[in-house]
Design a protein around this ligand. Structure first.
Ligand code: NAD
Ligand code: DAU
Length: 334
């Protein structure tokens, strides 16, 4: 199969490329990526001779069209992905997440190519801490941030192109990923690399916000399951029953790195900060037979800490810039 992976130099997309090459050696992979700040140009170095890399924008129709025409499958990971940045400047989120997805949809429509669109649980808004319900495929969309609203819009575009134009597409909405190659602006790598560089970890607000953690390899395994066995036009939620509050995540990182569990700071909260996400992945498990392999979050976290400890070259060049940028808006709370 000829697979076009958009956003294949970012965190989840690059892991997808690496596992696809390992598990499906006969597939031909092309990566289309704009190489924004979020892409690390070295992640794909070890497989450079096995893939084609195109540097460009998914919103550039003239570039996208022939790449889609030459593919059997498009997997769209390309996005502006970070909530904090979307609060600072939403413009690139509107362009990439909405116009970019529209451009891909028009190309797969023209050429009759299968699309899998990768999205997020944040389209559903948030839950109370004590709400017994979790998100399902029929939960109403209720996004909170510029990031999540543009992802919600991109999902709705896909649904409309399926219904109105008969495009063959599936959508997945996944919870918070962790694992190797994640940018140090995100919670888990930020705190691990803070400890490794002598900076106290930073927890937004009171740290009670809950995220539903899943290892990136489990997410990508679910994406392939949906591509192979999913029903075109359907949405599938991906989650691994990994709910943990942020304070506990940071305390666990500190303990696993041999530091006192309270050696962190509470800092300025994120405006509009979603309280809790929780995924019910029953459809994916019962209809398509998927289940996660990383069921112990603490051991997955320990492996991720080891990866950042042994891959300083990968993250060190951008660490100081990320912290300088956060320091402009985040101050330590008393
Ligand atoms: P990321 O920010 O690490 O990577 C995004 C990639 O997209 C980067 O390589 C970037 O260069 C590329 N890109 C950005 N704009 C582009 C454009 N206009 N054209 C081409 N490429 C462009 O993001 P990620 O965490 O790997 O997320 C990938 C996808 O998964 C996103 O759609 C995101 O919404 C979704 N998702 C992420 C998570 C998570 O926890 N990280 C969870 C659920 C869903
Ligand atoms: O739920 C899926 C989403 O998960 C994806 O769609 C997004 O692309 C991805 O970035 C992630 O969004 P979050 O906003 O949940 O991730 P982030 O790592 O930014 O923050 C996780 C939680 O930790 C959130 O409650 C904010 C908090 N936080 C974050 C940082 C960076 C802190 O307390 N301290 C921090 O330094």
């Amino acid at each position: 199969m000829r697979v076009l992976v958009t956003g294949g130099a970012g965190f989840i997309g690059a892991n997808f490329v690496l596992t696809t090459l390992a598990n499906r050696p006969d597939d031909r992979v092309t990566v289309l990526d704009k190489f924004t700040y979020a892409a690390n140009p070295h992640t794909l170095d070890p497989v450079a001779d096995r893939i084609t890399v195109v540097r460009g924008d998914i919103g550039d129709a003239a570039l996208v069209d022939p790449l889609v025409a030459a593919s059997d499958l498009v997997v769209n990971f390309a996005a502006e992905s970070h909530n904090d940045r979307s609060l600072d400047d939403p413009s690139s989120f509107v362009h990439t997440n909405l116009v970019g997805t529209y451009t891909l949809l028009e190309a797969v429509r023209r050429h009759g190519v299968r699309l899998h669109h990768v999205s997020t649980d944040e389209v559903y808004g948030d839950l109370d801490l004590d709400d017994p319900e979790r998100f399902t495929e029929s939960t109403a969309y209720n996004p909170s941030s510029p990031y999540s609203s543009t992802k919600a819009g991109s999902d709705l575009l896909v649904r409309a192109w399926v219904r109105s134009f008969g495009v063959t597409a599936t959508i997945s909405n996944c919870s918070n990923n962790y694992g190797p190659y994640q940018h140090v602006e995100k919670l888990i790598p930020r705190q691990i690399t803070n400890v490794l560089t002598g900076i106290r970890p930073k927890v937004y607000g009171d740290g009670a916000n809950v995220r539903d953690w899943i290892h990136v390899d489990d997410h990508n395994d679910a994406v392939w399951t949906i591509i192979e066995r999913g029903i075109p036009g359907q949405t599938y939620l991906i989650g691994a029953d990994g709910e943990v509050d942020n304070r506990t995540v940071v305390e666990s990182i500190l303990e696993l790195m041999g530091r006192p569990a309270d050696a962190f700071d509470f800092v300025t909260d994120r405006p509009g900060h979603d309280l809790r996400y929780a995924i019910d992945s029953t459809r994916l498990r019962t209809e398509l037979g998927w289940s996660p392999r990383y069921t112990d979050f603490r051991s997955g976290l320990a492996a991720t800490i080891d990866w950042y400890r042994t891959h300083r070259d990968w993250w060190e060049p951008v660490k100081a810039g990320v912290e300088a940028s956060y320091a402009k808006t985040q101050t330590t709370l008393d």
